[in-house]
Each structure stands twice: as C-alpha cells, then as structure tokens.
Design a protein around this ligand. Structure first.
Ligand code: SAM
Length: 357
C-alpha cells in the first residue's frame, strides 16, 4: 500500500502529484478503483448523453492550439441556420438525450437575439436542457441567453498557469482574457458552469495540473471537461509541439498528452470533485480509438457528448486533426455509444442530468 491511498478522504496536492507521476500499473489500479467507486457512489451508473451541435466555426480568437482560430485561412467557414439547429435538437430528443450542447468559435456573427430565439424555440419544442459554449461573450449576451432558457455554459480555463495561458490564448485587442472572472459571472447569472483543461500542452508541468485540480475544487464547478491536447499542424502551438518533439526540447516535468495521463487527471478530478459531471471527451476517444472512451468512463467520467452536427459541417469544425467519428452519421455515433454503455454495465441517463446537490 502506498503512502498516498487514493481512497483517502480529501486528496492533498501532494497526493495528486504522487499519482500524476505514478507509472506502476498495479498501483494505478488502486486509483482507477477509487475513482470508479466514487463516481458510482456520487453520480451513479447512469451516463448522461449530451447531443453536441457545432453552430459555427467562425472565430475572432487566435488561440495557438485551435484549428478554427481566426488566422487559419485553410478552412471553409460555416454557420448553421436555425432550422438545422432545431432539427438536431429533435434528433437529440428522438435518441433520448436530456441536453443539447451548442458550441462554436467565438463568433459575433452569432447575434445575441438570434441565439436567444433559437434557445427559446429549442426549449419550447423539445424541453431539453440547454448548454452553451461560445467563448468569452459579454455579460449582457450571457444574461439574454440565460433569460431565454439556457441552463449551462462551458468555458474551459485551459490551464491555471497564467504565463502559459497568455502564451496559448492571446488577448483580443484592448481586452484582457479572464476566464475565471467569466466563470464567476456565469455562476452569478444562475448558469450551471463548466470548465476544464487540456492535458499535455507544451510547457505544462505536473505541478500545473495539481494547481488546475485545486482550482476545480475551489471553484465548485458543476462540469469539468478534461481532454488531451492534440497538436494541429496548421497552428502555432502545433508547430511548436513538432519542433520540441524533434529536438527533445521539453520543460522539466513536462506532462504527456496521452491517454494514461488524461485518465489520471479525470480520476483525480473525480476524487477532488465527487459530484461533478465529467465527460469522457472526444479527444480522449481519439488518443486510444479502441478503448479511450471506455477507459474514461471506467476511471471517473459519467457523461458523453455524441456529435449531432451534420457531417458536411462537422468535417469543417476541425479544432484538432482527424476528429473522431467525423464521417459517421449521428445515428451510427449514437448506436456505438449505447452499445458501449451496455458492455460496461452502465445505463443511458434519464432526464436533464444536471448536477445533483
Ligand atoms: N470557442 C469556445 C471556447 O473557446 O470555449 C468553444 C469552442 S473551443 C473549440 C472548445 C474547446 O476545445 C476548448 O476549450 C479547448 O480546450 C478544446 N480544444 C481546442 N483545440 C484543441 C486541441 N488542439 N486539442 C485539444 N483540445 C482542443
């Protein structure tokens, strides 16, 4: 038995660092078991399915990691019409999902009133819970969408290391990006607020991730999305990643963007925030195509976000290369997830699947 039992109440920062560095598979079983037991005890065996619609790939931002950043001239841009979004919402209802997630680049072409109307119509026609994830929009927009019926908002702070954040997420002119302040605003407006990080960003250390997990705890976040950083070749960070990999030029204690490290972060987050909703992310399913999603669900996760975006637009929402299941229909993605849950002895979540307090 290690000095850092994963089942102990209130994992310390030292415990977190210990587990992030642990490589012994037999000992890691202890972490996986503790995370899975905690997940079962606090949020049960239901896996909530949130249908994802990628509204638009226009973006004003220059995030150095992201394939749909404004500076990428190599992709064709799109915005879904309201009718298509409503069709996706009806499909979510037909598949038995409890939530529709609308995500996009930070696109001010998505006008406040237009989205408020779409939110209102989706709510009226389907009764689904609505999650938005549209970047750092002004408080007035967030308030309008909340009044129109939006329930939740996702905004990852990406990393708690301020210098690294500034490196990967440049400010817009005359406007300092402060996603922690934005998360507080969302909580004030009555949204269930979700956040998250990428694992394995060049320059990110294990100590940074221990700090990220402390922040999840301190912020009492309802949802926490954790996925590996997947280098996109047409981005500055993707180029930096390739250069560093070729030269072996990493910071001391550099984190890895692999399945094992991502699963450790999910498991430790489950222990730190037992009642949060944690997705087994698409990015995780891509680093291990045969078992990544299953491992996420067996090591702390309780949510999956099946993609409902029409295939033609989905292929253009390439935040990282080869997004998993890009060419599969929504029906095929749904069937695959339902079959997976069956083999794991888990059930499809019933109802909106908000945070149980
Ligand atoms: N524009 C909104 C925002 O920034 O929150 C929502 C869309 S953004 C594409 C959603 C998330 O995708 C980001 O928070 C980031 O963590 C993740 N992401 C973007 N590029 C990625 C990459 N290359 N590898 C892994 N995750 C990535």
């Amino acid at each position: 038995m290690s000095d850092h039992p994963a089942s102990r109440e209130g994992l310390s920062r030292d415990d977190v660092l210990y587990w992030l560095r642990e490589t012994d598979e037999a000992r890691l079983e202890e972490l996986w078991r503790a995370a899975d037991d905690t997940r079962r005890l606090w949020v049960g065996d239901q896996v909530h399915l949130r249908g994802l619609v990628e509204l638009s790939n226009y973006c004003v931002r220059g995030c150095t990691y992201c394939g749909i950043r404004a500076g990428n001239r190599g992709i064709e841009r799109y915005r879904l019409p309201a009718g298509v979004v409503l069709e996706c919402a009806r499909k979510a209802l037909e598949f038995g999902y409890g939530t529709l997630v609308m995500q996009s680049g930070e696109d001010y072409g998505i006008e406040t009133e237009w989205l408020a109307d779409v939110v209102h119509r989706v709510k009226e026609q389907t009764g689904l819970a609505i999650t938005l994830s549209l970047g750092e929009r002004p408080r007035a927009d967030l308030a309008a969408w909340r009044s129109a019926g939006a329930d939740r908002y996702l905004l990852r702070f990406e990393t708690s290391d301020d210098a690294l954040y500034r490196h990967i997420h440049p400010d817009l002119p005359g406007q300092v990006s402060d996603r922690l302040a934005d998360l507080r605003t969302l909580q004030e407006l009555g949204y269930e607020a979700g956040t998250g990080i990428m694992v394995g960003i060049p320059g990110q250390t294990y100590a940074t991730i221990a700090d990220d997990i402390e922040l999840f705890r301190g912020f009492d976040m309802d949802m926490i999305g954790i996925g590996p950083y997947l280098p996109h070749p047409a981005t500055p960070l993707g180029e930096e990643f390739a250069r560093r990999a070729a030269a072996g030029d990493w910071v001391a204690d550099q984190t890895l963007n692999d399945e094992l490290t991502t699963c450790k972060v999910i498991a430790l987050t489950r222990l730190a925030r037992p009642d949060a909703n944690l997705p087994a992310t698409t990015a995780l399913s891509l680093v291990n195509k045969s078992a990544g999603r299953a491992h996420g669900l067996q090591r702390g996760a309780n949510v999956v976000m099946p993609n409902l975006t029409p295939v033609r637009e989905r292929t253009k929402y390439e935040i990282y290369p080869e997004k998993a299941t890009v060419y599969e229909s929504a029906e095929a993605i749904n069937a695959g997830i339902v079959a997976l849950l069956d083999t794991l002895g888990r059930t499809v979540g019933v109802g909106a699947g908000g945070r149980r307090r």
